[in-house]
Design a protein around this ligand. Structure first.
Ligand code: ATP
Ligand code: I3P
Length: 350
C-alpha cells in the first residue's frame, strides 16, 4: 500500500507540510543541523508567500507539490489553473477544491462511456472545513512523468459570463495587468484610462492571441521529464509553433506520439457516441497528456468547472462554429485539429 505525504511547497497544510519537508530533507541531507536550517528557511518563505498570495492564478510559475511515497518519489505538478485548488489525498488520489458544477459532471461521467477518459471520482470530502471533490491522481502510475495541459475548445468563457459582464460590468484590474504584461499595446485607450478590462474581453483576447480561436485548442503548460517546465504559451498560435511545442514535449519520440495519437482517436470516437458529451457544453476543459520513459502514454479529460448541461432537447455537435445562443464549444473541432497536427508529425509510413 502506498502511503503519501504532501510536501506542500506552494500551498497546503502548514503542519503536514512541515512534517513532510522535514522527513524529505532528513533523508537527503547529511546532518540534522543542516536539515533544520533548510527547513526553517523554507517555512519562513512559505509563511510569507501564504500571507500575500493566498488565492491567485498561476502565471508563469508551475506549482510543485511533491507527494512523496515510500516506494517511489515523484513531484506532483499543477501545470495550470487556480493556485491552492489541490491537496494530496491517500492512495493515488487528490482533492480538488469543491465546485458543484464539476461534482455534477464527474458523477454523471462515472456512468458514461467516457469514464475511462476522466479521472475516477469518489465523491465529496471535507478537510479543514473546506469541501473537495476526491478524484484519481492521474500521475500516480508514472515515473518522472512528462505532462502537458491542452485547453480544449474554441471558446473559454460561458455565455452567462458574457451576460453578466453586460448586465453588471466589473472591471478586472488583474486581467488588465496580465494583458499589459504580454502586450503593452493591447488595451484600448478606454481600458488604459480605466486600468481595467471586462473578463470576456480578456478571455477573447487570450483566445485570439493563442491557438484557441484558430485551432480550437491551446497549450497551457508543459513539464518535461528532465524537470523543465514551460507555461509560457500565451502566444503559441500557429500550427508550426504548436508542432514545435509538441515535438519538444515528446522529445522527438515517435513511438510516444503514436500512442498519443491512437488514444486521441479512440477518445474522439467515444466522444462522438457519448450521451454526456452530446448534452453538455464543455468549456475550459483540458486534455491532460502524461507519458514517461517506459513508453506509457495516456490522455485524460480534466477540469469540468465550466461544463454545463444543455436545456433539453438541445444537443451539440461540438464542431459547428459558435454564435451567441447556439452553445457550441468547438471541442471536437479542436480535437480534429490536434489529431491532424499529430498525424502530420509522424513519418508517412505509419
Ligand atoms: N486528476 C488529476 N491528476 C493529476 N493532475 C491533475 C488532475 N487534475 C488536475 N491536475 C493538474 O492540475 C492542473 C489544473 O487542473 P484544473 O484545470 O482541473 O484546475 P482549475 O484550477 O480548475 O483550472 P482553471 O483555472 O483553468 O479552471 C492541470 O493542468 C494538471 O497539471
Ligand atoms: O490563463 P490566464 O491568462 O491567467 O487567464 C485565466 C484563464 O483564462 C482561466 O481559464 C480563467 O478561469 P476560469 O476558466 O475558471 O474562468 C481565469 O479567470 P478568473 O481570473 O476569473 O478565475 C483567467 O484569469
Amino acid at each position: 500500500m502506498e502511503r503519501r505525504m504532501l510536501v506542500a511547497v506552494s500551498f497546503g497544510e502548514p503542519v503536514l507540510m512541515a512534517r513532510s519537508v522535514w522527513d524529505w530533507l532528513h533523508s537527503h541531507l547529511p546532518s540534522v543541523s543542516v536539515c533544520a536550517c533548510v527547513s526553517a528557511g523554507l517555512l519562513l518563505h512559505y509563511c510569507s508567500v501564504c500571507q500575500t498570495k493566498q488565492w491567485q492564478k498561476l502565471k508563469t510559475m508551475v506549482h510543485w507539490s511533491p507527494f512523496v511515497s515510500l516506494n517511489k518519489r515523484y513531484p506532483w505538478v499543477q501545470l495550470a489553473g487556480h493556485a491552492g485548488n489541490f491537496q494530496a489525498g491517500e492512495y493515488g488520489r487528490l482533492l480538488k477544491r469543491y465546485c458543484e458544477c464539476e461534482q455534477l459532471c464527474l458523477s454523471k461521467l462515472m456512468g458514461d462511456i467516457l469514464r475511462p477518459y476522466v479521472p475516477g471520482y469518489y465523491g465529496v470530502v471535507q478537510r479543514d472545513e473546506q469541501d473537495y471533490n476526491l478524484m484519481d491522481d492521474l500521475l500516480a502510475d508514472f515515473d518522472s512523468p512528462s505532462i502537458m495541459d491542452c485547453k480544449m475548445g474554441s471558446r473559454t468563457y460561458l455565455a452567462e459570463e458574457l451576460l453578466k459582464a453586460r448586465e453588471r460590468p466589473r472591471l478586472r484590474r488583474d486581467m488588465y495587468e496580465k494583458m499589459v504584461a504580454v502586450d503593452p499595446g493591447a488595451p484600448t485607450d478606454q481600458e488604459r484610462a480605466q486600468q481595467g478590462i471586462l473578463k470576456p474581453r480578456y478571455m477573447q483576447w487570450r483566445e485570439t492571441l493563442s491557438s484557441t480561436a484558430t485551432l480550437g485548442f491551446r497549450i497551457e503548460g508543459i513539464k518535461r521529464a528532465d524537470g523543465t517546465c514551460n507555461t509560457n504559451f500565451k502566444k503559441t498560435k500557429h500550427r508550426e509553433q504548436v508542432m514545435q511545442a509538441l515535438g519538444d514535449f515528446v522529445d522527438g519520440n515517435i513511438q510516444i506520439l503514436k500512442v498519443y495519437l491512437q488514444r486521441l482517436e479512440e477518445l474522439r470516437s467515444v466522444l462522438e457516441k457519448s450521451q454526456f458529451f452530446r448534452t453538455h457544453e464543455v468549456v475550459g476543459s483540458s486534455l491532460l497528456f502524461v507519458h514517461d520513459a517506459s513508453g506509457q502514454a495516456r490522455v485524460w479529460m480534466i477540469d469540468f468547472g465550466k461544463t454545463v448541461p444543455l436545456p433539453a432537447p438541445l444537443t451539440l455537435d461540438h464542431r459547428t462554429p459558435w454564435i451567441e445562443g447556439n452553445c457550441e464549444d468547438g471541442y471536437l473541432w479542436g480535437l480534429d485539429n490536434l489529431i491532424d497536427i499529430l498525424s502530420t508529425m509522424l513519418p508517412p509510413s505509419r
